[in-house]
Design a protein. Structure first.
Ligand code: C2E
Ligand code: CA
Ligand code: CA
Ligand code: CA
Length: 279
């Protein structure tokens, strides 16, 4: 939920004051979180129509010493506002790439792709492309194993900068997925201008399959559009067999959601992957 305009706050509003205090405390704690190694990456599998695991989305978790596990929904927006998303975002990319390298050294999970969420201030940083290039080179990774999840608002924020950076990264071989597709001010025009590999159908539509007819129609339309544009479709937030069957029937390529697995810590994700591949 978005907070109200900052300028409208009154110093005599106790509820607002409490919110500000919590926020200030979190902001303060966030500053030490990186140094104190309080972040972890969780991995949520992405599967194809026959259930093979082809990739995973990495999702950050904050293990706060007093509050326990803090959801990214509670701190990413704050981190974006304070600029702390910049070092945090770098940490996520570096950790994901280091993990790909570790698997490579272990001769396993050879073709698994990792999808990383990128926030707008991070993407629009001057050194974003250079940092990705440097990290991929440092670990000598095949860049096609890294997929960046961008939102429509990030893309439209500064379209010139987006086009330049996406093209530079595409030349290296990095992949792109449009996250939460359908919820923003999608511009179909840019969809054909940008090097996008995948549309990620937002879970709000997926979860209304079989409940509201319009959402089913939207899902169908996004899949059809992706197919016609020659890009992949991935449905997120798939929770029921009914949703999966509907998506499959309409030609969706990839699936992610609790039906297959929740986001898992590294060792549990590895166990699930190994079990799935030896079944
Ligand atoms: P998102 O990128 O749209 O990620 C999908 C969210 O849906 C994740 O929540 C995931 O745990 C959840 N999810 C997956 N499958 C299901 C399902 O079947 N049902 C339901 N109800 N939910 C499902 P999570 O991990 O809490 O992340 C929330 C948001 O925080 C993400 O939304 C993303 O916008 C942001 N985020 C997470 N990690 C990072 C990160 O490393 N960097 C940045 N910039 N943002 C991140
Ligand atoms: Ca995402
Ligand atoms: Ca999403
Ligand atoms: Ca989302």
């Amino acid at each position: 939920a978005k907070r109200g305009g900052r300028n409208s706050l009154s110093f005599y509003d106790p509820a607002m004051q409490a919110t500000l205090e919590i926020r200030a405390a979190l902001e303060n704690d966030l500053r030490q979180a990186l140094e104190e190694n309080q972040f972890q990456l969780y991995y949520q599998m992405q599967v194809n129509q026959i259930g093979q695991i082809l990739g995973a989305e990495v999702l950050i978790r904050w293990l706060h010493p007093q509050r326990g596990l803090v959801s990214p929904l509670e701190f990413i927006e704050l981190a974006e506002e304070t600029g702390q998303i910049l070092p945090i975002g770098k940490w996520v990319i570096e950790t994901a790439c280091a993990q790909l390298k570790t698997w490579e050294n272990q001769h396993r999970f050879a073709n698994l792709q990792l999808a990383v969420n990128v926030s707008a201030p991070q993407f629009h940083q001057n050194d974003f492309v250079e940092h990705i290039r440097h990290t991929l080179q440092h670990y000598r990774l095949n860049p096609e194993r890294l997929k960046l999840e961008l939102t429509e608002s990030l893309v439209l924020d500064d379209i010139e900068d987006t086009i330049t950076k996406m093209q530079q990264l595409r030349e290296i071989g990095v992949r792109f997925s449009m996250d939460d597709f359908g919820t923003g001010y999608s511009s179909l025009y840019y969809l054909t201008k940008l090097p996008i590999d995948q549309l990620k159908i937002d879970q709000s539509f997926v979860q209304n399959i079989g409940i509201t007819q319009n959402d089913g129609v939207i899902v169908q339309t996004i899949i059809g559009m992706a197919n016609n544009l020659g890009i992949e479709s991935l449905a997120e937030g798939v929770e029921t067999e009914e949703q999966r069957a509907f998506l499959e029937q309409h030609g969706c390529n990839f699936y992610q959601g609790y039906l297959f697995s929740r986001p898992l810590p590294l060792n549990q994700f590895e166990e699930r992957f190994i079990a799935a591949n030896t079944e």
